[in-house]
Ligand binder design. Structure first.
Ligand SMILES: [Cu+2]
Length: 168
């Protein structure tokens, strides 16, 4: 690919010397990972009073031709924010932290109950039905995306899913 590109430049520069300035693409800004991502339907789970932790969910769509990795999240709503998934161990569903959530080029990553999620540990105060949760998504290139996740009871999920969705 690169060789082809170089050959092309060589042809351009040898036949059209005045085109060299135009062929220099170094000035074209490269989109950050955050700019490649579209976040759909974010929401944070309302918990019964006294629960110290909760989770946020969303659909991450990569609208570009480059892979993107979500590596961290931040929020003023909780003391600690981690990226989690669910795995089955000895017939039990357990949560564990993941280093990153990959969003392949042209693909998507679904954060949903029973699967990948943004874990909010140590809520500063109970989530309110009226106040969305501010979350900063941090990508592998250090670019960030600010989102607001409306709060919702799990029973109010679209489609009325009362059962657990199997993990991916
Ligand atoms: Cu979790």
């Amino acid at each position: 690919m690169r060789t082809v590109f170089k050959s092309l430049i060589l042809i351009l520069t040898s036949t059209l010397p005045l085109a060299t300035a135009v062929a220099d693409t170094s000035a074209v800004p490269v989109p950050t990972m955050a700019e490649r991502i579209s976040v759909q339907s974010p929401w944070a789970r309302l918990m019964p009073p006294g629960q110290p932790n909760t989770a946020a969910f969303m659909l991450l769509e990569n609208v570009s031709e480059e892979d993107v990795a979500l590596v961290a999240a931040r929020s003023p709503a909780s003391e600690v924010v981690e990226l989690h998934t669910h795995t089955e161990e000895d017939g039990m569903m357990r949560m564990r932290e993941v280093a990153q959530i990959d969003v392949p080029a042209g693909g998507r990553a679904e954060l949903r109950p029973g699967g990948l999620h943004v874990m909010l540990i140590g809520l500063v105060e109970p989530l309110s039905p009226e106040v969305p949760v501010a979350i900063t998504l941090v990508f592998a290139d250090d670019s960030t995306l600010e989102i607001e996740a409306p709060t919702r009871h799990p029973r109010d999920m679209p489609g009325g899913r009362h059962h657990r969705v199997p993990p991916q």
